[in-house]
Write a protein that binds this ligand. Sequence first.
Ligand SMILES: C[S@@+](CC[C@H](N)C(=O)[O-])C[C@H]1O[C@@H](n2cnc3c(N)ncnc32)[C@H](O)[C@@H]1O
Length: 380
Amino acid sequence: MTSSDTLRTTLVKQLTENGALADPAWAEAAHAVPRELFVGSYFVPVDGSAPTSYRTVRRDAPGWLEGVYADRTLITQLNGRTSPEDIGDRHVTGAPSSSSTLPSLVLGMWQQLGADTGHHVLEIGTGTGYSTALGTHRLGDGNITSIEYDPLVAARAASALRAAGYAPRLIVGDGLGGDPNGGAFDRLIATCSVRYLPMAWLRQVKPGGRILVTLSGWSYAGALALLDVTGPGEATGRFLPGYTSFMIARPHDRPPRPTLALLPGEESASRIDPTKLDSWTGSWVAQLAAPSAERMGSGGQQILSDVATGSQARTVPDPAGGWTVVQRGPLRLWDRVETAIETWQSAGEPHQEAFGITVSTAGQRVWLGSEDGPGWDLPV
Ligand SMILES: C[S@@+](CC[C@H](N)C(=O)[O-])C[C@H]1O[C@@H](n2cnc3c(N)ncnc32)[C@H](O)[C@@H]1O
């Protein structure tokens, strides 16, 4: 078996060569932190399963350590309660609720955040503690505060951090409320996603400070935003290149609902090709336009169901060509999505990098191109 040191050196070399690790100080942190102290047994998807089911790779299984040093996310909890040890040799379905994020993304985010010596950083979503350890190695015990929602996950991370020799300040609770003692942070990094920016973050990051967070929603589209805090409760920023998604912060998750029944409604012809919603940015634009809707279906058969009002929209391919839309309820979901997708198309269907975000106590808005360009209000 290859040793942990060798595997870690290989991973750092790979991340340096592919450009994910450009800053020598973060490369040094990646060299120093043994990921295996933070990840015990983990879940992996069962090949070809639909819906995705998971099996456990146990700590004593052949290949476990090599898996720890692969540049991939290792899922460590499903449905907010099931850990890899709970399922034995069974295959289970479920929604990932805690993980160790892939090293290239974690290290990439620390670098994008511009976290530097002397900075005080608030991290939301301790998870396994791996990213916390990297940050603590680079910035020092006294400069990192990390909040984890799930007490069991937090307890495991705390003992892993101790075992690795790090002592950041750890808080168990809802990170959307920020540091319960208040704070004046230089940087905030979130490794869970949010539907909108919590006001506590904007009050606790100093003007001139930065927030790095993935914006997501109930259609599970995501985009990573880097915001500059410009004043108390105010920030502005841009979305970054790449394809970042994170599990949604637990209090921002969609409320449970009964099985969806598709109901009749008013029919019209769709002006847009519904398959646009299957693309990375197209699905995000649709989510901006219908922020309290869930998107199901795919291809020409999209289904939108609004959690807040029960409104529905669905598209059906027309045998004569094109697509029929069926809509019902107080919100005309497809009309909103259609207009947003057309706006995006007339800008040339850019990636999320072309979008920005402005936040103030008056509201939160994602815009396309420039602040005075077309935009969509977030569901604050
Ligand atoms: C993707 S994992 C974090 C990965 C972690 N940074 C690592 O390297 O292992 C997301 C974590 O965010 C936590 N989380 C979800 N909602 C939260 C909230 N409101 N406050 C704090 N943590 C939250 C989840 O329980 C989960 O452990």
